[in-house]
Design a protein. Sequence first.
Length: 328
Amino acid sequence: MNDTRIGLLGLGAYVPEKVMTNAEWSRLVDTSDEWIVARTGIHRRRFAAEDENTADLAVHAARAALDDAGLEPEALDEIIVATDTPEVYSPDTASFVQHRLGARQIPTYDLGGSGCAGFLQAVDVARSRAREADRHILVIGVEVLSRLMNLTDRSTCVLFGDGAGAVIVGPGDHAAEILASVTGTDGSRTDILGIEAGGTRTPFSAENSPDGRMDVTMHGQTVFKQAVRHMSAASLKALERAGLSRDDVDLVVPHQANLRIINAVGKALRVPLEKVFVNVQEYGNTGSASVPLALAQAHEQGRIQDGDVVLLTSFGAGFHWGSVVVRF
Ligand code: UT7
């Protein structure tokens, strides 16, 4: 291992144009704008157009991150795509992205099944692989949840949206340095959040997926509590590893699942809410895309200045969690 500074060299994001409002949901399922806003903070979300698939969103975000880094696709040494809604079942979405970007025949792989924690898990892996051999690694978080989720289950459908975010992880004196990362999994909690049908235990059938869509099994309140607990604990551990305290944090960019969860994490970390970035009202829960999308927007909006310490944190089905500390 060498001592080269490894960090984020560029950020990018993409959201589809189509806006789906709470009012539109209330015409399709038994819900209301009041319920959705009060329980989640979500006002609207974006849905991919009929001719847009996962790789399309991923490539848009990847090009934006490459532009931001001032790099050409040929500079990439590896691509990781975190997604639970891949372009096709096999091969991985990252293969499509490699070809569409015009990258070299570099290794690519997907990190799937980790729900919304996938992106930070991928950053954690990319950081050590970049450090090992000065690689430039494109890490993308992307979801087209609208295409696959059950549109009649009001307890889950109103929560999600589509989007993509990307970062380039690599060596460089001007990189936003990754100071520490902490990831973890509690495999005894596979029952609280997941998608049952489609695996070997319960293959798709006419009964469990009449229209080819996925049912999300979710124990909302348990997920809520686990999310707050693990995101705050992992964040404090990551700050400790970085030799920093909560007072050093300039901005927290948490997974955008629910405004109440975001506020509870801010409270548990004892970080003032004005230092917590929120865009869940605009995009809902975009799964693996949530953290890189929020990070790119926070940067674009001038919420992150040179020298700022930014804490990224997420959770997802598994039950997985991750926190990453970055100095811009
Ligand atoms: O990547 C996925 C991550 N998942 C999460 O982050 C979910 C974490 N959990 C949550 O965000 C919250 O638990 C929810 C937003 C999902 C639900 O909020 P809650 O305050 O925990 O509500 P609840 O599940 O206790 O449901 C309260 C009521 C129920 O009715 P009853 O039993 O009290 O009559 C639900 O049937 O709200 C009902 N309900 C709805 N009502 C209107 C559930 N979904 C809806 C809806 N519209 N869309």
